[in-house]
Ligand binder design. Structure first.
Ligand SMILES: Nc1ncnc2c1ncn2[C@@H]1O[C@H](COP(=O)(O)OP(=O)(O)O)[C@@H](O)[C@H]1O
Ligand SMILES: N[C@@H](CCOP(=O)(O)O)C(=O)O
Length: 316
């Protein structure tokens, strides 16, 4: 797929002044039992504008983590733009990149996947707007973005929007990332309980064991399958569907506040789970979060934000 895409555009240079705008949603991965294979796009967006200039890389960042990210070739969006252009055999003399970041970083809301999808989508938009080739397909965006992330759940949600189920096929030595969009039941509401503190996804992935007891594997397989049914057809089983034994308990020692909030929500009958690798907690349901639960979260220092289910990345 990408090799065909690249061969059409090999060694071409983007004209100075070519521009593109991208709007990309954040996401919540896992949804409890679906470790690395379920995700939900959320209505909290980063906006990225890129213009081809005659030389250099100029990065402006506004909003979340504006003071923390590098303003040069090391910026994740710039790295992804470069990767997208390289995959298509296209060169940019220089780039001016403007990021309006609204997805909090290192909170389990898919900011890194959104940055990568946004950068790749911007490369695709530049190439298409210059008339060099069609935009990349969703499959191409998911493949390239998941190669950055090492797991496809957040990236697929940011590309496709809605709910996603993802899987990986190994073809020769290559991991091929696959995804289907799920039509989320219209009654389902998602509330993110977002703390001020951060947690690195890479760090907490390192806490997970290589092998798990078969009973835990069976527990999660059944709950992840149920979660697809609950998300699409029957929200009444969301509490059972969002139970997990594959990752949350192993991460709990470094995320004790988040683990306590999940426990408090679940013991009052709410479908709460760690969002992605945490520390945000995601609550799924069909009603607004009850006042009592809002109080528990805010007492623990978690901001409560109900977020719409979002559509996928938009490229103009
Ligand atoms: N919009 C962005 N621009 C630049 N870097 C980003 C952006 N979003 C995320 N990152 C990088 O990704 C890191 C967070 O990734 P990660 O630990 O996977 O958490 P999450 O994706 O859950 O927010 C940040 O510390 C930052 O280095
Ligand atoms: N399946 C991944 C999801 C990580 O999501 P993030 O938003 O925390 O980056 C995992 O559980 O590690």
């Amino acid at each position: 797929m990408l090799s065909d895409f690249a061969s059409e555009t090999m060694t071409q240079t983007l004209p100075i002044g070519t521009t593109t705008r991208v709007r990309v949603p954040g996401s919540s991965a896992n949804l409890g039992a679906g470790f690395d294979c379920l995700g939900l796009a959320l209505g909290i967006h980063d906006d990225i504008e890129v213009t081809v200039v005659d030389e250099g890389v100029h990065v402006d960042v506004f909003g979340e983590a504006a003071d923390a990210v590098p303003r040069d070739e090391r910026h994740l969006v710039v790295i992804a733009i470069r990767r997208g252009l390289d995959a298509s055999g296209v060169h940019a003399p220089g780039l001016a990149v403007r990021c309006e970041s609204r997805i909090p970083h290192s909170r389990g809301l898919g900011s890194s996947a959104a940055a990568v999808v946004g950068g790749l989508a911007a490369a695709s938009g530049l190439i298409a707007n210059a008339g060099l080739a069609d935009q990349m397909t969703d499959d191409e965006l998911i493949q390239l973005a998941s190669e950055f992330e090492g797991h496809p759940d957040n990236a697929a949600a940011s590309v496709l929007g809605g709910g996603v189920v993802t899987w990986v096929e190994t073809i020769g030595d290559t991991a091929v990332y696959r995804a289907h969009r799920l039509a989320v039941h219209p009654a389902i509401r998602a509330t993110a309980l977002i703390p001020m503190f951060e947690s690195s996804t890479n760090m907490t992935r390192g806490l997970l064991p290589d092998t798990v007891p078969r009973a835990d594997a069976v527990f999660n397989v059944s709950r992840a399958a149920l979660c697809v049914h609950s998300l699409t057809s029957d929200p009444t089983s969301l509490v059972a569907a969002t139970a997990d034994r594959l990752h949350q308990d192993y991460r709990a020692p470094v995320l004790p506040q988040s683990a306590a909030v999940v426990e408090a929500m679940r013991s009052s009958g709410l479908a709460a789970s760690i969002s992605g690798a945490g520390p945000t907690v995601l609550v799924l349901g069909v009603e607004p979060l009850p006042e009592r639960a809002v109080g528990v979260a805010t007492d623990q220092g978690f901001a409560v934000r109900e977020l719409p289910i979002a559509g996928g990345v938009e490229i103009a």
